[in-house]
Design a protein around this ligand. Sequence first.
Ligand SMILES: *[C@@H]1O[C@H](CO)[C@@H](O)[C@H](O)[C@H]1NC(C)=O
Ligand SMILES: *[C@@H]1O[C@H](CO)[C@@H](O)[C@H](O)[C@H]1NC(C)=O
Length: 183
Amino acid sequence: MRLDTFIPLITLAAALPSRWGSDSTNTPCRSTQLSAEWRETVVQNWLTIWNDMDFSLLDVAVSPDIIIYQDRFATGTGDGSIEFVVNNASTFQSFVEVSRNGFSKYVFEGTKYFGEDDLVALEWTLDATIEESQGTTAPGTDVAYNGTDLFVLDRCNGVIKEVRSHQDLIRWYHALGADVGAP
Ligand SMILES: *[C@@H]1O[C@H](CO)[C@@H](O)[C@H](O)[C@H]1NC(C)=O
Ligand SMILES: *[C@@H]1O[C@H](CO)[C@@H](O)[C@H](O)[C@H]1NC(C)=O
């Protein structure tokens, strides 16, 4: 992952009024905006956790109570969909581990990101290679899909407390050869 290939961070802060009203200056966690450097670190840490499974970064990167709001996943057997609940750092780690099962390569590339204060949007592509068939697609096949994560950071310590994730799962399941009904 080379962050220097990203487009420069779009800084909206200068062009917009303050996010917080004047009474918010009494709240320490809301009196200081998070920095562009920290937002870039958040993105790097997130990708390192996913790509290297470096769970030593969990403490600095995510809240113990991290919640991921995400689209439902197809069961892949043509009988509907399931929710994968991520509501703390432990279920997040399991989610990272389980997601890459069956792939010999599983690499997220950040294609664009931008942010403002406690919000960061990361657009990504997952490049993966099938190791064990999950559908009808042969082992060794390269598969890819795109998604976007919106991170909400904790204003007090900068960790990710919420992720709103949207991904092209129908394309993904079709690439895997999983049964998700008619295209
Ligand atoms: C994390 O969430 C799961 C599922 O709700 C729960 O079973 C588990 O006890 C939680 N772990 C911690 C450390 O809170
Ligand atoms: C991902 O999005 C880019 C445009 O940003 C598009 O060119 C590419 O085909 C998409 N890749 C997949 C696998 O959908």
